[in-house]
Design a protein around this ligand. Structure first.
Ligand SMILES: *Cc1c(COP(=O)(O)O)cnc(C)c1O
Length: 387
């Protein structure tokens, strides 16, 4: 029996995770800035999350959504503290791509239109609907035709927005493109996008599966832009490490959804609800977004101090604790050198080293990481010179 390996193998066997660290089978400790692509943002085995999950496991693990539970009530009131503006409704699902599917279906139902607009370099997931709005041809083209008619526009290009018209059901956008290289949307672009979609009656979906839930220094990344979207998808970090995703909706949209419009066997199971409740509690009580903002500023300064002089470094960018180092070269060597030095980071796009640390990261960790990345970049540069 073999488990198919659809992800590149990092060559490590990990046996434990606690806070910002993981340990391999040989007892070697790593600072985790990979965090399962941002999932462990609240730290591995966050105590509150573990407590909530434990307690729930002792009560009931699985139950149809047709029944009520105390944890459902608690979840709803806890999510209320961190909900996106005007979005008093939530649907729980299991993965980011499912939240995107639910958003696209909702937009089509509400508007009665079919066309979806997405952006070049966008990543929204790998099931057919989400894949249809994902830009990377390597992921998408072998499976075409996919579902909705989709048009891809240049990201951050206001001139393109005139292509959003009365046939458009929705525009889906990552406020900070994650997979393609940590590329923040520009202020005027997001504002213009909000204006145009409102004018033509298309829904604006912000996909915050990666950027949302405090990581960028605000609870939700769209809050950097002074706009309010129509639908918001969240995932990755929102269960404190437990697999769960969400679609947030305002009343005017939620009110038009009917029984049967969407569903999921596991969506909103009691364990997922316990995890989301705990994660929201941590986010709120520990002022996680503010901490991510301040630590992000500090980390950015440390990275610039230690790396900006390298000729391989083109740009260091990001918001809060979502940081990309554009290194001109494929980052494989840097990832390996950092890993050997006890620091896990990941790739984004073609040339970007992506850092998605947990909010519990310390200044020491940041300095160790910056030094390890520096060593990796220097090695990359020397390989480029000799090859
Ligand atoms: C990871 C990601 C997804 C897909 O989430 P899965 O849980 O892997 O299905 C969708 N959108 C964005 C922006 C992501 O980063």
């Amino acid at each position: 029996m073999k488990l198919i390996q659809l992800y590149g193998d990092r060559g490590l066997k990990i046996v434990k995770g606690e806070g910002q660290y993981v340990w391999d089978i040989n007892g070697k400790k790593y600072i985790d800035m990979h965090t399962g692509i941002g999932v462990a943002f609240l730290g591995h085995r966050n105590k509150i999350v573990v407590d909530y999950l434990r307690r729930q496991m002792d009560q009931i693990i699985t139950l149809s959504n047709s029944f009520s539970t105390p944890i459902k009530d608690e979840m709803v009131s806890m999510v209320d503290k961190i909900k996106p503006d005007n979005m008093d409704n939530i649907i729980l699902l299991n993965s980011g791509t499912e939240a995107v599917e639910a958003a696209l279906k909702t937009a089509r139902k509400i508007t009665g239109r079919k066309k979806i607009i997405a952006f070049k370099n966008a990543f929204h997931g790998r099931t057919s609907g989400s894949l249809s709005v994902t830009w990377n041809k390597k992921y998408r083209e072998p499976f075409e035709p996919l579902v909705s008619p989709v048009e891809f526009l240049n990201f951050n290009d206001i001139n393109e927005l005139s292509k959003i018209d009365e046939q458009t059901a929705a525009v889906i956008v990552e406020p900070i493109q994650g997979e393609s290289g940590v590329i923040p949307a520009k202020q005027d672009f997001m504002r213009a996008l909000r204006e145009v979609t409102e004018k033509v009656g298309a829904l604006l979906i912000v996909d915050e599966v990666q950027a949302g839930f405090g990581r960028t220094g605000k609870v939700w990344a769209y809050q950097h832009y002074g706009i309010v979207p129509d639908l918001l998808t969240a995932g990755k970090a929102i269960g404190g490490g437990f697999p769960v995703s969400a679609l947030f909706l305002p009343d005017w949209i939620a009110g038009k959804l009917e029984e049967g419009d969407h569903g999921s066997t596991f969506g909103g199971n009691p364990l997922a609800m316990a995890a989301v409740t705990a994660a929201c509690k941590v986010l709120y009580d520990d002022k996680v977004p503010e901490q991510a903002y301040h630590k992000g500023e500090l980390f950015m300064k440390i990275l610039k101090d230690k790396l900006a002089d390298l000729k391989s470094v083109k740009e260091i960018r990001g918001k809060g604790l979502m940081i990309g180092i554009d290194s001109r070269f494929p980052p494989a060597t840097t990832l390996k050198v950092a890993q050997d030095n006890g620091v896990l980071v990941l790739k984004a796009g073609v040339t970007v080293i992506r850092l998605l640390p947990p909010y519990v990261i310390s200044q020491d960790d940041m300095e160790v990481a910056a030094n390890a990345i520096r060593e990796g970049l220097l090695k990359t540069e020397s390989q480029r010179v000799t090859s």
